[in-house]
Design a protein around this ligand. Sequence first.
Ligand SMILES: O=c1nc2n(C[C@H](O)[C@H](O)[C@H](O)CO)c3cc(O)ccc3cc-2c(=O)[nH]1
Ligand SMILES: C[C@H]1O[C@@H](n2cnc3c(N)ncnc32)[C@H](O)[C@@H]1O
Ligand code: MET
Ligand code: SF4
Length: 386
Amino acid sequence: MPTDDVVRLLAARGEELEELLDRAARRRDAHLEHEGRPGVVTYSPKVFVPLTRLCRDRCHYCTFATVPGRVPAAYLELDEVLDIARAGADQGCAEVLFTLGDRPEARWRAAGDWLTARGYTSTIDYVRAAAQAVLDETGLLPHLNPGVMTPDELAVLRPVAPSMGMMLESTSTLLIEPGGAHFGSPDKDPAVRLEAIADAGRARVPFTTGILVGIGESLRDRAESLLALARLAEEYGHLQEVIVQNFRAKPDTAMRGEPDAEFDEFVAAVAVARLLMPLGVTVQAPPNLAGELGDADDAADDQALLLRAGIDDWGGVSPVTPDHVNPERPWPGLDALAAVTDRAGFTLRPRLTVYPRFQREAGWIDPAVAPVVGKLADADGLASPQ
Ligand SMILES: O=c1nc2n(C[C@H](O)[C@H](O)[C@H](O)CO)c3cc(O)ccc3cc-2c(=O)[nH]1
Ligand SMILES: C[C@H]1O[C@@H](n2cnc3c(N)ncnc32)[C@H](O)[C@@H]1O
Ligand code: MET
Ligand code: SF4
């Protein structure tokens, strides 16, 4: 679709937005039919492991990244990681999400010292060890979201996780200039990120990516970002899901005064993502970023709108850990999420980190993790009851 047409869709309001949502919903239904799970909307029961909150980048919307003086230690110890994973296993979780700061040893001596004292050569080397421990000790599946990975790092991590991810955020180069949300974040250079996502495709890693809506990008940037992801999905076939995530302003960040993404605008972005992605690519929006904080009815209304806009997945939802990236936004209860999903005419089912298509097709899952996936999967490739 020409970029100008995509921009027009992203700007749709009123009657035009209604039509866009209907088109997107039909496309979602075609996607689910294509995947052999009509009427099924998924989520991943997970625990969140914030392996390190130190980071070499300075994204101005982020409260996850912090300074060494504000954390008890530069990294979680292996036994702390395993405690979180076991608590998840007890609650029927299948995923251990490793989300962490990018390459903190490049900026913080405390990070380098911590790694060296334990014999690790880099943050990625420690991610590998921690993911291996989770696989061996708990049988849960790591999903790795450590920021930009090189081809060598992808190769090192592939045998310890069936899926990885990294948000594109945006292709906007203005955001890396002074005053932009990504000024001072070398890992958010769009050229670097697009290349890293392509590298994951060449490494045949089932991959999660997405865009962050409302961080100062224009509608044209948003259109170009989604078109770039659609092209990557078509070229490599490795994009299992595209997350469309709305920016939520945090009190103690440089962007605290910026308004949250307007919900209609966000919903239009979700619908456009659905229309542009090839069949077989899930479109995910997180349920905990919907609605006014603390207003369950408002959240349910917004979640219903996300379903109308063509999502087929709610992402990771945790009965155990907070969303450490958005700690002020609690997860909805699974009953509430199932009720919203049901009212929209869908059945909510738990899934694994790696989607069924990548389990069926040869060549996506490393032989070292395949048996663990096999143990957790049901006949459809979703999560079997634990
Ligand atoms: O709880 C969260 N989970 C996040 N997830 C987890 C995601 O919902 C699930 O881990 C995947 O869908 C795999 O099941 C991400 C995963 C990625 O690969 C890339 C970005 C994110 C972002 C978030 C996030 O902000 N909060
Ligand atoms: C893990 C992912 O979380 C997203 N992220 C980081 N900070 C925020 C925020 N304030 N609001 C919404 N999403 C955010 C980024 O897209 C990052 O890649
Ligand atoms: C906590 S943000 C998610 C992981 C990584 N630091 C990134 O921004 O891509
Ligand atoms: S969003 Fe990720 S890369 Fe940016 S500062 Fe936060 S942890 Fe670092």
